[in-house]
Design a protein around this ligand. Structure first.
Ligand code: SF4
Length: 307
């Protein structure tokens, strides 16, 4: 059996920045610091930050007065920002700059008098944050069927923005449906979408050409990891999402000659290593990296942590 690792895989620049933000805040202000929502969707990351003194909460009401509070990489609504302001909580915003870019783009479209259509998954924290950052007429769509049901006149000026964990390929069908139904549609340039989402999806497609089984390392609530697994499945391969090495089932690779492994944008490389070790325990295998794009994107830490 051979094991081939997708390239690129795992941590993106937004996730690295969010984790660094919590670590630097702990160094600068001392423990505990509070983080609203999982800083990124990965239990291993959350547990290791907890061990260093971070406390994770879902609501600001759980944060004691005066405690340093970090907003997660997914972003938050204005309501949450205002609640923090009204309680005078010292906040640090770890929202990924590419998510903030979507907020700004959406606001620009609304300022131009357009009705905004947001393509994303209902209930995801990034979607809730984005919907709560933009005033004006806003509609969330997940599918072509949702586009057909939009209560908007066909000649109304509309614009769309997309959840960052959806790639160009994911949104193509919905955007085509918008263009069919409406005569005046604006959307962002392709270069505005999240590079990491697109690159990881392209890499898993490449991987699926050379292997028999796909294993994606990522959390069950990680939207981009689930999408990587689906892409493996769309390529006709048995594809599994695992949290770490303990989830590997020998049956999955029983007849496989080549096992492809990748990781979602919030999954640390240490868990990829665990998965490879678990596969090697089933059968000693040659491990190699698929050639692919080398990423060099990095984001500056929030200003509060730079001084
Ligand atoms: Fe930012 Fe993209 Fe990473 Fe999301 S996947 S945190 S948008 S770089």
């Amino acid at each position: 059996m051979k094991i081939i690792l997708a390239q690129p895989r795992g941590f993106c620049a937004g996730v690295v920045r969010a984790i660094d933000t919590v670590e630097r805040a702990l160094e600068k202000y001392g423990a505990p610091v509070y983080v609203r929502h999982e800083i990124v969707h990965n239990r291993h990351v959350v547990e290791s930050l907890k061990a260093k003194g971070a406390r994770f909460v879902e609501e600001l009401s759980e944060v004691p007065s005066g405690a340093v509070t970090i907003f997660s990489a997914h972003g938050v609504s204005r309501k949450v920002e205002n609640e923090a302001k009204s309680r005078a909580l010292p906040t640090i915003d770890a929202t990924c700059p590419l998510v903030t870019k979507v907020h700004n783009q959406g606001r620009r479209y609304v300022a131009q008098g357009r009705i905004l259509v947001f393509i994303g998954h209902a209930g995801h924290p990034e979607v809730e944050g984005t919907l709560g950052q933009i005033d004006g007429e806003l509609h969330l769509v997940e599918s072509v069927e949702d586009v057909e049901k939009l209560p908007i006149a066909p000649d109304a000026p509309i614009a769309y923005v997309t959840q960052t964990t959806l790639s160009v390929d994911d949104t193509r069908g919905v955007i085509a449906a918008l263009n069919r139904r409406f005569s005046d549609v604006e959307g962002p340039e392709i270069r505005d979408i999240c590079y990491a989402t697109q690159n990881r999806q392209t890499a898993v497609r490449e991987l699926s050409r050379v292997c028999d089984v796909i294993i994606v390392v990522g959390a069950p609530n990680s939207s981009n990891s689930n999408r990587l697994r689906e892409i493996g499945e769309e390529a006709g391969l048995p594809s599994y999402l695992v949290v770490g090495g303990a989830d590997i089932n020998a049956e999955w690779v029983k007849n496989a000659h080549v096992v492809g492994v990748t990781a979602g944008a919030s999954a640390p490389e240490i868990l990829v290593g665990e998965v490879v070790q678990a596969l090697m325990r089933i059968e000693p295998s040659e491990v190699s990296d698929l050639s692919g794009l080398k990423e060099s994107v990095s984001f500056r830490l929030p200003a509060e942590l730079l001084s």
